[in-house]
Ligand binder design. Structure first.
Ligand code: COA
Length: 189
């Protein structure tokens, strides 16, 4: 791939996983975005608090759309092809084209957890990142107490590479980060 090739020239491409389909987030998804990002307990390991209402969901979506436009953040809706409803999101961010790395984020609505949908979605986004964005390395910054996320990352081949103390000030206290990394050749599944 040459530096001039832009895999996002036509917007965020739809990607098919084994059981999920990733696609761009659209205005009709706002209520489902609120369902994913509206619960404080579910977001206890996230970098920001819950969305308050539909207006906040719309604003959040508009930020996601701007991220695609300026190539700073690529956040896909996680859907199941049967009904095309947004049940979570997965994100490639901090794209460093020179050093061919990016970071990954993911979230699933709690009532869709425990079925492997998030793993499938994250694997699909990373595969795209490797093939179309020429990523050599993907990074994840996780709360060390976030066991479900750590299981997901390790299942995909991520290794724990570091531990940063008090990296985030969220919800009124300092939080540590476990830093995970995956090299392109190590992606499992
Ligand atoms: C992190 C999060 C997305 C994980 O969701 P999840 O559904 O547990 O993740 P997976 O898709 O990997 O599914 C794994 C579970 O499905 C089960 N499963 C069933 N079929 C499976 C399959 N085909 N493949 C993989 N796992 C499967 C696994 O056994 C596993 O269950 P377990 O956790 O009881 O061991 C979810 O907990 C979440 O949204 N958390 C809040 C947001 C957050 O903290 N995000 C991370 C910030 S870094």
């Amino acid at each position: 791939m040459t530096d001039s090739r832009d895999p996002f020239a036509g917007g965020l491409p739809a990607l098919d996983g084994t059981r999920v389909r990733l696609r761009a987030i659209r205005p009709p998804d706002d209520p489902d975005l609120l369902a994913v990002f509206g619960d404080a307990h579910h977001l206890r390991y996230w970098s920001h608090g819950p969305l308050a209402d539909l207006a906040a969901a719309r604003q959040y979506r508009e930020g996601i759309e701007a991220g695609t436009r300026d190539r700073s953040l690529f956040q896909w809706a996680i859907t199941e092809p049967a009904d095309d409803r947004l049940v979570g999101t997965t994100t490639l961010g901090s794209w460093d084209q020179k050093n061919r790395r990016a970071d990954i984020g993911f979230i699933l609505r709690p009532d869709h957890a425990g079925r492997g949908l998030a793993s499938d979605a994250v694997r699909t986004a990373i595969r795209f990142g490797i093939r179309e964005m020429a990523l050599h390395r993907v990074e994840a910054d996780v709360d060390p107490e976030n066991e479900a996320s750590i299981r997901l990352l390790e299942r995909l081949g991520f290794q724990r590479e570091g531990y940063f103390r008090e990296r985030w000030f969220t919800f009124g206290s300092w939080k540590d980060s476990a830093m995970y990394g995956l090299l392109a050749a190590d992606l499992a599944g």
